[in-house]
Write a protein that binds this ligand. Structure first.
Ligand code: IPE
Ligand code: IPE
Ligand code: MG
Length: 257
């Protein structure tokens, strides 16, 4: 029999979903990565300039950090600026580079209270001085916290990371006079920004785009992916918990049976 989709039926099932939105305490992802996409389109839909979407997106970060912490996520990696985002118009780049400063000015006390540790991945040295200063200070001030690691991917590009890692590794092997034939996957992973963070268990992308956009290519070999049409500023605790529940219902096989 053909199923006819009626709007009121759709709404009913969504409400049921909401009632059942209960995250179990076992089998939670330790490392969640998010491609926070759709700020521009969120603003565009409202007739606002793109930067208004970025501002709204920034405020959303705190909400998601809180819910991730609530569910004992150990590492939350957020894609904030890619190595390809330098292609954007200068005023937008300038605004995006000010956002971490504003975010930390506004929320650092709360993050400290929640025992969050701020870290970054990406090429840090080439960031504007004011961005570096604010982020470095947040890293220093939270370095002894042992709660959730808020890992911001800032000027991050997976291919750059891999090539950089290869260069350093070849140099080290040369220095030690070690044969490259002895190289293992585990050894190479030590040359990536994520060496101490491990691979993401769950990767979320907002805004309806179904691609990685140069994010954690090596690390996501066996990551569970979760996509939503919601733009990042509309992504909320409910959707985050929905992603966790879906993750809990998946069977990770890693090639086994
Ligand atoms: C994500 O939103 C934020 C960054 C990439 C910095 P976008 O700015 O990519 O928003 P869309 O994809 O154009 O809607
Ligand atoms: C990915 O989003 C980068 C960030 C969210 C920081 P983009 O908006 O840059 O990705 P594309 O261009 O749509 O692939
Ligand atoms: Mg985008």
């Amino acid at each position: 029999m053909r199923r006819i989709k009626l709007p009121f039926l759709k709404r009913k099932s969504r409400n049921t979903d909401q009632i059942n939105n209960i995250v179990k305490s076992d089998n939670l992802p330790k490392h969640v990565a998010i491609i926070m996409d759709g700020n521009g389109r969120w603003a565009n839909q409202r007739g606002l300039p793109r930067f208004a979407g970025h501002k709204e997106g920034m405020d959303n970060v705190k909400k998601i950090v809180k819910v991730a912490n609530k569910h004992h996520v150990k590492v939350l990696t957020l894609y904030a600026f890619s190595t390809e985002n330098w292609k954007r118009p200068k005023p937008e780049i300038d605004y995006l580079m000010k956002l971490p400063i504003e975010f930390l000015n506004t929320y650092l006390p709360e993050l400290i209270e929640e025992n969050v540790r701020v870290q970054t991945i990406g090429e840090f040295d080439v960031l504007p001085a004011h961005t570096k200063k604010a982020v470095q200070s947040a890293k220093d001030r939270t370095k002894d916290n042992n709660g959730l690691i808020l890992n911001i991917a800032l000027n991050y590009g997976s291919r750059f990371e891999i090539v950089q890692g290869i260069k350093e590794m070849v140099h080290d092997f040369d220095q030690k006079g070690e044969s490259i034939d002895n190289l293992t996957e585990e050894m190479f992973s030590e040359y990536l920004y994520t060496k101490k963070l491990g691979d993401p268990d769950l990767l979320i992308r907002t805004s309806g785009e179904i691609r990685l956009s140069n994010f954690l290519l090596w690390q996501s070999a066996y990551t569970e992916f979760w996509f939503t049409d919601s733009f990042w500023p509309d992504f909320n605790e409910y959707l985050f918990e929905k992603a966790l529940i879906d993750y809990q219902n998946r069977k990770r096989r890693y090639g086994g049976i």
